[in-house]
Structure formats: structure tokens, C-alpha cells
Design a protein around this ligand. Structure first.
Ligand code: GDP
Length: 296
């Protein structure tokens, strides 16, 4: 389970702290040193971990905490609040345009889970009484179009494709025309990925963006890749501009660093998390619930 290591370490640290009763400033400092170590071991970005602990410390060594009746509880509460803030504070939803169709463009590297996530997102939105259209704009990965069509069949949702000979910009454009004439209110575009970020990929994504002007560009990243996921998010945000992140494979044994660092490093929130391979395994991301899970 994600965050298992981090949760264990923090629980041990706070158990020791509780056992102390009254706290001195050095007790708090010692505990926060352990918190910092635990964050780094969970693959949290170095600067993010350092700043996090500094913020907690500033609040926790105040008179109020040291003098309170349950000082350890106070420190834990501050850590909980700061963890929640670190992950964006409140849940970030996707923008639904008042003039349909809402256009959502999914971007990301190959294998991150983009195509699967397109299906999951369509499923989630269908359950909210929306009428999604899936768009196969990944013309390079041979199986991508077929994969999306299979998902569409399972979900009983239309999949727009022009095969793999048309260029992705035109596919996206035509898909929006199709959505307008068939009363589909959300267009989910599955774009091509690459193994690594390169200029050709970015140019293609920029061309789609500039032509169809999506309401949401969501970057799909694999939580198992830890700090790499954060670097990928930073690069996509700088070069393309993203509105949010979907973090996949959080059901695996990812250490959780990406979930904790993405927002602070990129300024963009995590909007959904992938919790499995099945179509119903996509959940909105709630920073407060995630913080509770970490603190046990
Ligand atoms: P794409 O190349 O980005 O389109 O990636 P795919 O959608 O083909 O996904 C790559 C692999 O990751 C597939 O085997 C998916 O089933 C798997 N996958 C995607 N999301 C999740 C997730 O949230 N959890 C798990 N365990 N596997 C996932």
C-alpha cells in the first residue's frame, strides 16, 4: 500500500513523542528530524521536505504547543494540517464548461496509464450523467486506438477515431465537431506519449492545444516512478502548461513521494488518482483524506 513506509515511520515518531508528556523544544526538533528523514525515504523532493519541516517547526515550537496539556497531539495536528496543505488543501475538480463540449486533453509519457485513465475518466463522468466522447489521437502506439475502442465498448460510450493516418490535430478538431453534432458534452482526448519527453512530442501537443483550446490539460503520471514523475510534471507544465495531474498506480507499493511533491514543485494540483487497472479504479484526490491515511 502506498505510504506504508512513511506511515509506519511517522507513527513510531509520534508514539515516542506522546510518551514524553511535556515537550521541550529539543524533543520537537528531534521528532521533526525524524519526520524529515521519513519524507526523504518516501522519495519526497529534498526542498519540499526541508520547507515542510521548517513550516511545522515554526508553528510547533511556539509557546502554545510546549505549554499545552497534550503537546504531542498538538504537533501531530500541525503535521496533519501542513500535509493537507502540501497536497493542495482542498479537492481540485475539473472545469466543466458552461458551453459544451468540455474538452479534456490527457497527456503523458508512454506506459503512464493514459489510455486506461481516459476510459476510467469517461466512466466516472458517465456516472455523473455526462455524455463523454473518447477520442483516439494516439496514432503512434499501434494498439492504442484498439485499446480505446475496447474500453468504449465496455463502457457503451462512443470512440472517435480517424485511424492512424490522419494527424492528431485534425483528429481532435473533427472529434469536437462530432461531439457538437451528437450532443456529447465532454470530449476526452487520448494523445500520444513517448518513452521520454522530446521536442516532437511537445510540438504535437502544443499544436493540439492551440487548435482545440482544451478546458483542461491533465498530465497522467505513474506514481511508481517517484521523483521522475515530479520532474516530468515540471517539464510538461513549463513547456505545455497543465491544469492538473492524474497520479496512477497508487494501488501499488509506490512510496508516495510524488503525491506529496507534485503540487509544491509544479504549483498544479493532483485532481484524480488511479487505484487499480479496472475501469472503476479512478478516484478524486482528497488531500485531507490522504493526510489522515499517512498519519494513521
Ligand atoms: P499509456 O501508454 O499511458 O496509454 O498506458 P496504458 O493506459 O496502456 O497503461 C499502461 C499499464 O498501466 C496498463 O497495464 C494499465 O492496466 C496499467 N495501469 C494504468 N493505471 C493503473 C493504476 O492506477 N493502477 C495499476 N495497478 N495499473 C494501472
Amino acid at each position: 500500500m502506498v505510504f506504508e513506509g512513511l506511515a509506519d515511520k511517522l507513527q513510531q515518531t509520534f508514539k515516542k513523542l506522546r510518551g514524553r508528556g511535556k515537550l521541550t523544544e529539543s524533543d520537537v526538533s528531534e521528532a521533526l528530524r525524524e519526520v524529515r528523514m521519513a519524507l526523504l525515504e518516501a522519495d519526497v523532493n529534498f526542498k519540499v521536505a526541508k520547507d515542510f519541516v521548517a513550516r511545522v517547526k515554526e508553528r510547533a515550537v511556539g509557546q502554545e504547543v510546549i505549554a499545552s496539556l497534550t503537546p504531542a497531539q498538538h504537533v501531530i495536528k500541525i503535521v496533519y494540517e501542513e500535509l493537507t496543505q502540501l497536497m493542495g488543501g482542498t479537492q481540485s475538480r475539473i472545469t466543466i464548461s458552461s458551453r459544451p463540449p468540455t474538452v479534456v486533453m490527457l497527456v503523458g509519457l508512454q506506459g503512464a496509464g493514459k489510455t486506461t485513465t481516459a476510459g476510467k475518466l469517461a466512466h466516472l463522468l458517465k456516472k455523473q450523467n455526462k455524455r463523454p466522447l473518447l477520442v483516439a489521437a494516439d496514432i503512434y502506439r499501434p494498439a492504442a486506438i484498439k485499446q480505446l475502442q475496447v474500453l468504449g465498448e465496455k463502457l457503451e460510450l462512443p470512440v472517435f477515431t480517424l485511424g492512424d493516418k490522419e494527424n492528431p490535430v485534425r483528429i481532435a478538431q473533427k472529434a469536437i465537431e462530432y461531439a457538437l453534432s451528437h450532443a456529447r458534452d465532454i470530449v476526452i482526448i487520448d494523445t500520444a506519449g513517448r518513452l521520454h519527453i522530446n521536442e516532437q512530442l511537445m510540438d504535437e501537443l502544443k499544436a493540439i492545444k492551440n487548435t482545440v483550446k482544451p478546458h483542461e490539460i491533465l498530465l497522467v503520471v505513474d506514481a511508481m516512478t517517484g521523483q521522475d514523475a515530479v520532474t516530468v510534471a515540471e517539464t510538461f507544465n513549463e513547456q505545455l502548461g497543465i491544469d492538473g495531474v492524474i497520479l496512477t498506480k497508487l494501488d501499488g507499493d509506490a512510496r508516495g513521494g510524488a503525491a506529496l511533491s507534485v503540487r509544491a514543485v509544479t504549483g498544479r494540483p493532483i485532481k484524480y488518482v488511479g487505484m487499480g487497472e479496472k475501469l472503476d479504479a479512478l478516484e478524486p484526490f482528497y488531500p485531507d483524506r490522504m493526510a489522515s491515511r499517512i498519519l494513521g
